[in-house]
Write a protein that binds this ligand. Structure first.
Ligand SMILES: Cc1cc2nc3c(=O)[nH]c(=O)nc-3n(C[C@H](O)[C@H](O)[C@H](O)COP(=O)(O)OP(=O)(O)OC[C@H]3O[C@@H](n4cnc5c(N)ncnc54)[C@H](O)[C@@H]3O)c2cc1C
Ligand code: FES
Length: 732
């Protein structure tokens, strides 16, 4: 076990995943230059030599030569796709002044795709949206079903047969597959001149060249040349397609619901890693192919055989840095792997041989409408005949089911949540924001008085703010918050100015509560006192009382600066009329003992819930206490986030043990447990850093923190605001 000693001051900043990758990218990209151009020119010359030898073999040789020409044709196609066109069109050499023909705008790619459609499908569609359902129209999403999270449609029942029947025509079909994925981006129909003209031209040109001109040029060897070209072409395109499919489909790579525009840089990189697979080459296969190349294509400066897989075997690196030349991707692969594993992410690497089985499994297994939920127990689907019939009925008519039974990936941390409605309140001083409950949050419950934490990124800064939910979970299917502008406030004004229906906000976690204002049961006699935007948790409590219709005795005193500032005025007056709640609205005055006592004679006996600016809360507490109220009847919560008070160093040191990571660290009493974890390289999800959002909640196995000294011991603590008061053991 490692032991490190730190104090609060010595706590250093840990680089985020995105920062580490961007540093690595910057240093690697800066190295790209003449050496890389020399490499790619050499690969081009080698490809030409392979193609020339292929033709020679066809013109002069017998059946063995034709067999070898097929292999050379397959390797030529693979090379054109991998080390050459795919990477060059990404712009790997665009920034080099002497890049010439390797600029992505001029490169003549000898591969059956229309380059413009490729750029749309691949650069605009696939790369930014890797494995996002409904956004990434890469092969698996448009044509085949290779992931349990994809919706099932009628033709998937026959997908193995369809793929099998398409194999002999893959060379001709490739440009149409790309065109189909590209047209999803702008919604053009497949059967239209715009979609089909370009791929038809590409397929026609290649067919004439390989299946007519070259066989005719071979004279008496017309038929063997025709056959060899056809089989070699099919083998080449099948190989490319196979390698492309295994990168993001089948096996343990993941598929994601749309993260919305608030996906953070860290989340973006994490998604690329989790959605992508590298493969480990098969030595046997490679040495057999290398032998044929050695014998048939003498070449002075033969590049490493990995050029035939360029960017496909290092696909994780390619997806992190798409415009790095493939030789550079190979160079940094071990460093990328180290970073990925250190950040607790999976680095998918599968032996090439195993990927074939995974793909076959996917093609057969997912031809039935099995979703992620049934993946581990497929027979479960049979126990839900109604769900099965619905899936079949929707799939047969090419409609997606509203409740997404194919996807079972609930997210509870930094979740992009859709805004389904907004309304200006109090003459524009506040905005009501109605948020859709994220997928799989339907079972999540919260009491009146709960809040959510909203995360906003501004440049490098992350700001997390709390907003009370104005309904309890039984009272609404949505999560509604009301954000009041604060003078000079950064997040409140941003949300008021920019949030529209259809936009997304990032919610740090599920609704939670500090406990101060939670009202699980409606008290028999209650007093609610709100000031300004402090009405938000209180209205949730009043709505609960109105909904439950119990004949309770409730009084609301609501104080505002002026008439314009009153939030929810109409509804509050209605609650007064229809739900039997006694309502008093005040403007321009502060609550005084005489106001309270005058309107609520038995105030001291009531369960009292107060939410208002700190000064107002303090004065109400004081008046009520003077009226004889006991503290246990007084419930409140401050909208000012708590500040952590760090004690002065008294020389004491505590050992924090991270059980699962097998690390230990010694800290003083002013260092938070989160800082302690960071110092021994343990990452904990965080949000507010103030003990409110609960993103950092961690099981505590033993020890005492400052929160527990005067209260009950806790077995789950927010490490961001916890200071050790003894040795502590955490389940981290
Ligand atoms: C449990 C809880 C529930 C809440 N519920 C609600 C709710 O329902 N509705 C609601 O509107 N709010 C609610 N809040 C308050 C909310 O979380 C935010 O604090 C509020 O919106 C202000 O955030 P802001 O980013 O706009 O302000 P900030 O940018 O944080 O600024 C806050 C104040 O500090 C001042 N300030 C900012 N930067 C500086 C600086 N560098 N130096 C000096 N002064 C500075 C600003 O002028 C402003 O007065 C709640 C808070 C909590 C803790
Ligand atoms: S980070 Fe929000 S509670 Fe710890």
């Amino acid at each position: 076990m490692e032991t490190t000693s730190v104090t609060a001051k010595a706590v250093g900043r840990q680089l985020s995943l995105a920062d580490e990758f961007q540093d690595l990218y910057a240093t690697t990209k800066a190295k790209v230059g003449d050496e890389d151009l020399a490499h790619i020119r050499n690969v081009t010359a080698y490809a030409k030599a392979i193609d020339a030898r292929r033709l020679e073999l066809l013109h002069n040789g017998g059946p063995k030569a034709a067999g070898r020409a097929i292999v050379l044709e397959m390797l030529y196609r693979l090379l054109q796709f991998s080390e050459l066109g795919h990477n060059i069109i990404h712009g790997s050499y665009d920034h080099l002044p002497n890049g010439g023909e390797y600029h992505s705008d001029h490169y003549q790619w000898d591969f059956n795709v229309d380059v413009d459609q490729w750029k749309v499908m691949h650069h605009e569609g696939h790369h930014p949206n890797t494995n996002i359902l409904g956004e990434d129209h890469d092969l698996g999403y448009s044509v085949i079903r290779a992931q349990a999270a994809q919706d099932w449609f009628g033709h998937h029942a026959l997908q193995l047969g369809i793929v099998g029947a398409a194999v002999p025509f893959f060379a001709q079909l490739a440009p149409f597959i790309v065109a189909n994925s590209a047209r999803h981006m702008d919604g053009t129909p497949f059967f239209s001149r715009d979609t089909l003209r370009a791929p038809a031209r590409v397929a026609y040109r290649d067919t004439v060249r390989r299946l007519i001109t070259e066989p005719l040029g071979a004279g008496s060897r017309f038929l063997p040349t025709l056959l060899a070209n056809h089989i070699g072409g099919v083998a080449g395109y099948v190989a490319v397609l196979f390698l492309v499919v295994i990168e993001h489909h089948a096996g343990d790579v993941e598929v994601f619901p749309n993260p919305g525009p608030d996906e953070t840089r860290d989340e973006y990189y994490s998604r690329q890693i989790r959605a992508t697979r590298n493969f480990l080459r098969s030595e046997k296969l490679d040495s057999a192919l290398e032998q044929i190349l050695d014998e048939e294509v003498p070449f002075e400066n033969r590049p490493d055989f990995r050029i035939f897989y360029g960017g496909l075997d290092t696909h994780v690196e390619h997806h992190l840095f798409p415009d790095l030349p493939p030789n550079r991707q190979r160079e940094i692969a071990s460093e990328v792997k180290e970073i990925v594993l250190r950040h607790g992410l999976p680095y998918h690497e599968t032996p090439l041989g195993d990927t074939a089985a995974l793909t076959l499994q996917a093609l057969t297994g997912f031809s039935i409408p099995l979703g992620e939920r049934e993946l581990s127990r497929p027979l479960k689907l049979l126990k839900q005949p109604f769900s099965l019939v619905r899936r079949l009925a929707f799939g047969a008519t090419y409609r997606t089911l509203p409740e997404a039974p194919y996807l079972d990936k609930p997210r509870f941390y930094n979740v992009p949540v859709k805004v389904v409605g907004t309304r200006r309140l109090a003459g524009g001083q506040a905005r009501l924001i109605r948020l859709e409950k994220p997928h799989a949050w339907h079972g999540i419950r919260w009491e009146a008085g709960a809040f959510i934490s909203v995360r906003v990124e501004h440049g490098d800064e992350v700001r997390v703010r709390q907003y009370s939910l104005v309904h309890d979970s039984a009272g609404s299917d949505t999560m509604d918050i009301c954000v009041k502008r604060v003078d000079g406030g950064r997040v409140s004004n941003l949300l008021n100015d920019t949030i529209r229906t259809g936009s997304y906000v990032t919610v740090v976690g599920a609704p939670t509560a500090t406990g101060g204002l939670v009202m699980a049961e409606v008290p028999r006699k209650a007093l609610f006192i709100a000031g300004g935007v402090g009405i938000t948790p209180i209205i949730s409590q009043l709505r609960k009382i109105a909904r439950e219709g119990t004949a309770n005795d409730a009084v609301l005193l609501y104080f505002n600066r002026d008439e314009r500032s009153i939030i929810f005025e109409r509804e509050i007056r209605e609650l007064g009329r229809e739900a039997g709640i006694t309502v008093h609205l005040f403007t321009g005055i502060h609550p005084s003992a005489s106001v309270i006592e005058g309107l609520v004679a038995d105030a001291a006996d009531r369960e009292t819930f107060v939410c208002a600016p700190t000064g107002l809360v303090d004065s109400v507490r004081w008046h009520l206490s003077a009226l004889g109220q006991t503290p246990d009847r007084f419930h409140t919560e401050s909208f000012a986030p708590p500040e952590l008070t760090r004690p002065v160093d008294d020389g004491r040191r505590y050992t924090v043990t991270f059980k699962r990571s097998e690390r230990k660290v010694q800290i003083d009493g002013a260092t938070t447990l989160l800082e302690a974890a960071g110092n021994v390289g343990i990452r904990v999800p965080t949000g507010c850093l103030r003990g409110l959002c609960r993103a950092c909640v961690t099981p505590k196995l033993s020890g005492t923190t400052q929160h527990e000294v005067k209260s009950e011991p806790m077995d789950r603590i927010t490490v961001c605001d916890s200071l050790a008061c003894s040795d502590v053991e955490l389940d981290l």
